[in-house]
Design a protein around this ligand. Structure first.
Ligand SMILES: C[S@@+](CC[C@H](N)C(=O)[O-])C[C@H]1O[C@@H](n2cnc3c(N)ncnc32)[C@H](O)[C@@H]1O
Length: 381
């Protein structure tokens, strides 16, 4: 078949899927150099009982949503198609991948795979990516059996949704041949492991292996049982110390509130495993505090305990960010949730770009200004 026909065939398959009501999602990724849009993820939704295609458009570190009726969506598709090298269409029975080369020659790969629509009702009015009735929320005690979040579960529910929003905006492109490999270091009760897995596996229909690791065997037994009961066969948890953990392949590393240097160990593992995305919220910052002999300038403000605590947290995380930049990551540090939910609300997000910055002088200067002898992450990478 002439290759141009493949591109046309793909658009015809999309058109039929929209007409027949079997469309589930379409993702545009691997952007061309001239494209100002990084990626687009579209899924089927019902808004006030009318079918809509909701498109999440990622551009300039922002993400905006556009909802269109299926017919109008086809025009978007024709406009977006030339901007990307890979487009993956999911219907309720097939996954269809279109790869387009520089000469606009297309290759189609079709695999049969049952993709069920999960609750297409629109609830973005509250901006929740994870619906209240997601089964894992009930299993973890956040919602009740009628699929409504319990009063005391709302904080966690919002935190989970905020986390998944961030994950959605930065998730590496899907590789249809290879499942995405995610590690959650210091997973604890694993709310975020379940949320990430549910979003990628059940909502996005992507193949994913997620392994959560924690020191506490009782918690790990419990969360493994929950994963088994939910039939999440590629979500697993293991008891272990992340320091000693051997990594085969890592695409995404998650570490939320892993204690003190556990965060540094998690970052080092991610760097040495060439993780594409690192999402973490540091916890306590004891190591740098212990290695500190306040310099004359820092002692003028460190005499106030709260300022010392905050400054050390900021310097520790700032140096983590600089080290990540020196290893080819683009780093963003921001508050991921309001401080009324948790005071440990700083998130470090690092995406691998390969652009290496020389940050050593800045790190040295920070350390000498504040009287820090060593930062544990420096000794690991
Ligand atoms: C504050 S809890 C956070 C749990 C979970 N990530 C969350 O955000 O709900 C920190 C967890 O990190 C685990 N942890 C600390 N050091 C660890 C290490 N070296 N290896 C594995 N787990 C570790 C602890 O057992 C604990 O469950």
């Amino acid at each position: 078949m002439p290759t141009f026909a493949n591109i046309e065939t793909f658009t015809n398959l999309l058109s039929s899927a929209l007409d027949e009501g079997i469309f589930i999602s379409i993702h545009y990724s691997n952007k061309r150099s001239f494209s100002t849009i990084d990626k687009i993820q579209c899924r089927f939704l019902e808004i006030k009982n009318a079918p809509q295609i909701s498109s999440s458009i990622f551009q300039n570190d922002q993400n905006y949503i556009k909802n269109d009726p299926p017919k109008a969506f086809l025009n978007n598709h024709k406009e977006w198609l030339p901007l990307f090298k890979q487009i993956i269409l999911k219907t309720n029975s097939e996954t269809i991948q279109l790869l387009v080369n520089k000469k606009q020659k297309g290759t189609l790969k079709i695999s049969t795979q049952k993709n069920e629509v999960i609750n297409p009702n629109h609830n973005r009015s509250k901006n929740y990516i994870i619906n209240e009735d997601a089964p894992f929320l009930h299993s973890l005690g956040i919602s009740s059996s009628n699929g409504k979040v319990k009063e005391k579960g709302y904080k966690k529910f919002r935190q989970i949704n905020k986390f998944v929003e961030i994950l959605e905006a930065h998730l590496p492109d899907e590789d249809p041949k290879d499942p995405m490999q995610i590690y959650d270091f210091g997973c604890g009760k694993a709310y975020l492991s379940f949320a990430a897995y549910y979003y990628i596996n059940t909502v996005q229909k992507q193949k994913v292996n997620l392994l959560g690791i924690d020191l506490k065997s009782k918690v790990i037994d419990q969360v493994n049982q929950v994963a088994t009961n939910l039939g999440y066969d590629t979500l697993r948890f293991e008891v272990g110390d992340i320091t000693k953990f051997q990594i085969q392949k890592m695409d995404v590393m998650i570490a939320l509130h892993a204690c003190d240097i556990a965060t540094d160990i998690a970052i080092a593992k991610a760097i040495t495993s060439n993780a594409k995305l690192i999402i973490m919220a540091p916890c306590c910052h004891k190591q740098v505090r212990k290695s500190l002999t306040p310099s004359p300038v820092s002692s003028t403000i460190f005499k106030h305990g709260i300022l010392e605590e905050r400054m050390i947290a900021n310097i520790t995380d700032g140096i983590r960010g600089l080290i990540l930049e020196s290893k080819g990551y683009k780093v963003k540090i921001f508050e991921f949730i309001s401080s009324e939910h948790t005071s440990k609300n700083v998130m470090i997000l690092a995406e691998y770009t390969g652009l290496i910055k020389n940050t050593q002088d800045d790190i040295n200067q920070l350390k000498s200004t504040f009287g820090i002898k060593n930062h544990y992450l420096e000794s690991l990478v």
